[in-house]
Design a protein around this ligand. Structure first.
Ligand SMILES: *[C@@H]1O[C@H](CO)[C@@H](O)[C@H](O)[C@H]1NC(C)=O
Length: 155
């Protein structure tokens, strides 16, 4: 209880020019594998529905989640649906080792918090697109935490 309160306080304090994002669970992943609580994008000054992303700037996504599975190693990927075809074939971050940004192993039913820094590729056109963030057990990709959120890309 105390740890949870502390976590929420820390999140609250660190959010100045940032926003608690409006997010959706991924339709192609098992929603029972994970609980995603808060997702914060920093910086974001224009509201939780469509943060404006500048292609040249770095952003930090903070994710507060509870895996329902245990894993020795985790991978993560961040994809963008910049063709708006629901295929998410634009890569923001290729599947990579998530243990670099959060301590592994992860235990089932233990709430975790971690930050991912990213910058968009220059090739993405100006527009509004969904981004998909997926964290998964390296040994079993079906065990995942996955959500999407919308961004507005500017030059
Ligand atoms: C997980 O990340 C590692 C390290 O980057 C990579 O070698 C491996 O191919 C990834 N696994 C999957 C299933 O994407």
């Amino acid at each position: 209880m105390f740890a949870r309160l502390l976590l929420l306080c820390l999140l609250g304090i660190s959010c100045v020019n940032c926003e608690y994002l409006f997010k959706k669970l991924c339709s192609d992943e098992d929603p029972h594998q994970c609980e995603v609580y808060n997702v914060i994008l920093d910086p974001c000054e224009d509201g939780k529905n469509f943060c404006t992303i500048n292609k040249l700037k770095h952003y930090t996504l903070s994710i507060d989640f509870l895996p329902k599975f245990s894993a020795n190693k985790l991978n993560m990927s961040m994809l963008i649906d910049d063709k708006l075809t629901d295929t998410f074939d634009g890569e923001v971050k290729v599947p990579s080792d998530a243990c670099e940004v959060l301590t592994c192993p992860v235990d089932a039913q233990t709430r975790r918090l971690f930050d991912v820094r990213f910058k968009l590729g220059k090739s993405i056109a100006v527009g509004k697109y969904p981004v998909k963030m997926k964290l998964f057990n390296s040994e079993n990709e079906k065990q995942s935490c996955c959500f999407t959120f919308n961004v507005k890309i500017k030059k």
